[in-house]
Design a protein around this ligand. Sequence first.
Ligand SMILES: O=C(O)C1=C[C@@H](OP(=O)(O)O)[C@@H](O)[C@H](O)C1
Ligand SMILES: C=C(OP(=O)(O)O)C(=O)O
Length: 451
Amino acid sequence: MKVDREKPAGPASARPSAALKGAVAAPGDKSISHRALMFGALAEGETIVRGLLEGDDVLRTAAAMRALGAEVERDAAPDGPRWRVAGAPWRAPARPLYFGNAGTGCRLVMGAVAGQGVAAAFDGDASLRSRPMDRILAPLALMGATATSRDGRLPVEIEGGRKLRAIDYALPKASAQIKSAVLLAALGAQGETAVREPEPCRDHTERMLAAFGAQIAVEADETGGRIIRLAGGQQLRAATMHVPGDPSSAAFLVAAALVTPGSEVVVREVLVNPLRTGFYETLREMGADISFENERMAAGEPVADIRARHSMLSGVEVPARRAPSMIDEYPILAVVAAFAAGETRMPGVGELRVKESDRIAAVEAGLAANGVETASGPDWLRVRGRDGAVPGGGRVETRHDHRIAMSFLVMGLAARAAVEIDDAAMIATSFPNFFALMRSLGAAFDVAATA
Ligand SMILES: O=C(O)C1=C[C@@H](OP(=O)(O)O)[C@@H](O)[C@H](O)C1
Ligand SMILES: C=C(OP(=O)(O)O)C(=O)O
């Protein structure tokens, strides 16, 4: 399972760069990659996955699937690595499952473990230990699972030996992680579970359940939300899939092209599922010259090549309802907004406070260090744009957060002075070839060390 790759660690900085030019492929989608491994491990037969994101977060999920009994192998092939997952009845792992920085891996596997009735302990790094897990443990308790936790946070232990019962559950927020954890638990429960989402959020779990042979029904409700129904006791069947490029990673490449004068960049084969494209919709409203080209279907998901050219941008108000479709893109949107003319308002983003870091606080501190004014409240953020003239010259604390690290490196490419980040290590959680891809487009980076 060994994966060799560039692994920057320690401080890094981005210098004002010449125009970025070229065409690159974004790394595989992180959400789909986690799920491909989990569903493969639950299915009967051998699942083949190409294009898997080989980021640290996903590699933790691969290790967890092995510890739970699946065979997970990586074969090198001329057209890129091929991952093989042979499902098996899950067994209690000998040691705690360690998820590092990965909220998605940890939370979804909690649901699946509870559904399979095996005992397992869960842990993660300092960032993951600070994040709320009670949002997963609460619905699992309603289904009959027993878990202990440190105040609703990691470490968590789930007791085995229980057959769960189906529930009718209204999600307290539009969170795909909560929805997916409940659906994964429901797969092993007795009866039909209904999950009601207040607003649609990423639906990869639903799509993938269907691709692995499960009967699942999705209907719209009268308020614009959706109800998902899944009967327990269904046996998944192995599938073959190609993971499309991650729109959340492509966002950094597109943003870099938009803010760096003279740039024109194409990012190939990016997932453009409408529940993931709110960032691109917002950029268009800001006046960005971006187009989706060659739109097609791949692995049951819509994909496109995204072309982005340097643009004069204006601040906008992002509708709060759009937040679930771009939740991970707000840090890079805030950086783009710093280059726009006028203010960008981002309401309804309270969830940003419980990601890998408090992303509202981290973005504000980073922007302030680089001469950009902001304002915020518990669930909103505003950025006062500098109309192309961002001073830069600051040092940014990344707080164990890959998206904060990448966002401020993008800022440094087009600011008046270089931008430094304290630690580049976390970038490998979601975008292990970030430096290589960005440099191939012409980005000027200095990286202190390699782990
Ligand atoms: O289900 C998923 O794959 C994800 C859901 C989102 O989290 P929430 O469910 O907490 O909104 C997102 O922030 C995360 O990066 C990936
Ligand atoms: C929030 C994120 O991931 P996770 O919740 O899986 O840690 C992210 O990738 O921005």
